[in-house]
Design a protein around this ligand. Structure first.
Ligand SMILES: O=C(O)CCC(=O)C(=O)O
Ligand SMILES: [Fe+2]
Length: 355
């Protein structure tokens, strides 16, 4: 046990709850409230849970997995024709070594990043809002349709969860959704290759996610989360569930009542794919502890306010090589008031006191 990481708000949980969310789609408010109570408990005590009853068919999930496999199976030169560093809106292929959440230890993964689709002539894209724009779809027959369909369906599950979280906090159901119109919500297709000879290489280093919450579809075990005592707990793999975790924005909005739990993927034991959809609110949303919750908790706000998109963009600049290079060349600037990387979550809390 690492006492440096102790977080008294989190239980010393040993297991990850499983919640059937079917009732969230029920017309009966009591059915929605019953699911919301469970979501609230898991978000407060663990920050991580699995959902079933999400309504995403096996065919829909397999369609995405199949296209990801086809994309990553291409030669590197073909994948590099969609290299993320040649586009303006942070979408495209992320080769191994491009992204380093922990600069001291490299990640063994490659990814294809896409996000909420907006045309070039959308007013927010024309205004140069970072992270918003169209997707550079790969030139692969049959790729776009199943991937887009998965995005749309999972985004709707995210909207239902957002209503559930509001109910769990005794807020109006649309309280958070008012701020979700053109969100920079990214879907990542991640491939962790199996390399029996790789020494001391991790899948993805310890971090929290930067948005409101994440809906993750993995294809194999490997994900671990940190409990209140600093112990790493494995998320059991289920092929019928999505893994949900609270991100930085909901932690700040709820004044720390919900917890952005640190997680990681260690050295992989088999080839693995994972598909996180990071559910974000609109770029320009100011996220500050909600006054209702601050009053309930007493003792004042526990977090400083920030602009949701700026937080996401700044963390992204810190961790992507091509954005670091653009920063060094003066082509882009770090948003004002940006936080350092890894300052939220249990693994980050010991580094820097908040506010
Ligand atoms: O691969 C996984 O299971 C998790 C990936 C993850 O945590 C992330 O991309 O933020
Ligand atoms: Fe993550």
């Amino acid at each position: 046990m690492n006492t440096m990481h102790r977080d008294s708000r989190l239980e010393n949980f040993q297991a990850i709850p499983v919640i059937d969310i079917q009732g969230l789609r029920d017309d009966d408010p009591a059915a929605r409230q019953a699911v919301a109570r469970e979501l609230g408990r898991a978000a407060r005590e663990v920050g991580f849970f699995q959902i079933v009853g999400h309504g995403l068919s096996r065919k829909l999930r397999e369609g995405l997995i199949e296209q990801a496999k086809a994309f990553f199976a291409q030669p590197l030169e073909a994948k590099m024709t969609r290299y993320i560093g040649q586009y303006p809106h942070h979408r495209g292929y992320v080769p191994q070594g491009e992204e380093a959440p922990d600069p001291t230890k490299r990640d063994l993964k490659e990814a294809f990043d896409l996000a909420f689709e907006l045309p070039e002539d959308d007013p927010e894209v024309r205004a140069g809002t970072p992270l918003l724009g169209p997707n550079p779809w790969p030139d692969l027959d049959g790729f776009r349709e199943p991937v887009e369909r998965y995005y749309q369906a999972t985004y709707q599950v995210g909207r239902a969860l957002m209503r559930g979280f509001a109910l769990a906090l005794e807020l109006p159901e649309r309280h958070f959704l008012r701020h979700v119109n053109k969100p920079p919500s990214q879907l990542r297709l991640i491939h962790y290759p199996f390399d029996a000879h790789a020494e001391d290489v991790q899948g993805i280093g310890a971090h929290t996610d930067y948005e409101c919450f994440t809906l993750l579809l993995p294809t194999a075990p490997g994900l671990e989360v940190m409990n209140g005592a600093g112990e790493w707990i494995e998320v059991p793999y289920r092929d019928d569930a999505l893994v949900i975790n609270i991100g930085d924005m909901l932690e700040i909005w709820t004044n720390g009542e919900f917890v952005a739990t640190s997680h990681r993927v260690r050295k992989v034991k088999e080839e693995r794919y994972a598909f996180p959809l990071f559910f974000a609110c609109d770029y320009h949303t100011t996220v500050a502890p909600l006054p209702e919750l601050v009053a309930r908790h007493g003792g004042g706000p526990r977090h400083a306010p920030l602009k949701a998109g700026d937080h996401l963009y700044a963390q992204t600049i810190h961790t992507f090589r091509y954005l670091q290079q653009r920063l060094e060349r003066g082509e882009i600037a770090l948003p004002k008031g940006a936080r350092d990387i890894g300052t939220l979550g249990q693994h980050g809390r010991h580094k820097e006191p908040d506010t």
